[in-house]
Design a protein around this ligand. Sequence first.
Ligand SMILES: N[C@@H]1[C@@H](O)[C@H](O)[C@@H](COP(=O)(O)O)O[C@@H]1O
Length: 242
Amino acid sequence: MPNIIKAQNEEQFNDIGAGIIASLLQSNPKALLGLATGSSPVGVYGRLVELYKEGSVSFAEAQSYNLDEYVGLPADHPESYRRFMDEKLFNLVDINPENTHVPMGSSPDPEQAAAEYTQLLQQAGRLDLQILGVGLNGHIGFNEPGDELHGFTHVVTLDESTRQANARFFSSIDEVPTQAITMGIASILHAKQILLLVRGAEKAEVIARALKGPVTTHCPASLLQTHPNVIVLVDQEAGRLL
Ligand SMILES: N[C@@H]1[C@@H](O)[C@H](O)[C@@H](COP(=O)(O)O)O[C@@H]1O
């Protein structure tokens, strides 16, 4: 069973999340980090930036691989995940920009970009820590629920519910991309350790289903039950049913 940690408040959530990443970097400065976007990791990245400024953590030798990216948004689009990572973390710490990897959603050939990302991950080897969030429909990365899941990085058509959930970040639903590139389930589960970050009352039901319900492709986050080293960090609201 995953190790479930319920944070008392936002500050503790961010401290614990950032602490796990910082301890990894302290013991292994060359760590391979799998990173995620979304609202749940934002405060954790903010706390990591503080730890960097205090001199307690360095990313100088680390490598990062992001989970996913929208197809069709230029890298500098305000809602692209590349821009999110640059603004929330990469530009604020000492990571070498060349060591930060995000799928190339702006590529004219997204299928090719996905295949190249699979190769890149294979060359990198096992990620030391994969950060994850969970979608309201149980997706991890952008691996949407369905009859089958893909192992490696691939182009996915986003569920209408996912587009609706993410529409708040765009000026209208029509602006939300219809496709994304995402790491697949095999790549995610290949990480040595997984840290799933979940915040907010609206996630209580899905996280309970993912951790206590059946392991099924219809709830991709339930596959985390098959991984031997998962930490689930929830706030009080998201952890209500755990
Ligand atoms: N593609 C991302 C996911 O990787 C992320 O896990 C999810 C939940 O994010 P939040 O942290 O906002 O709940 O949002 C998006 O859909």
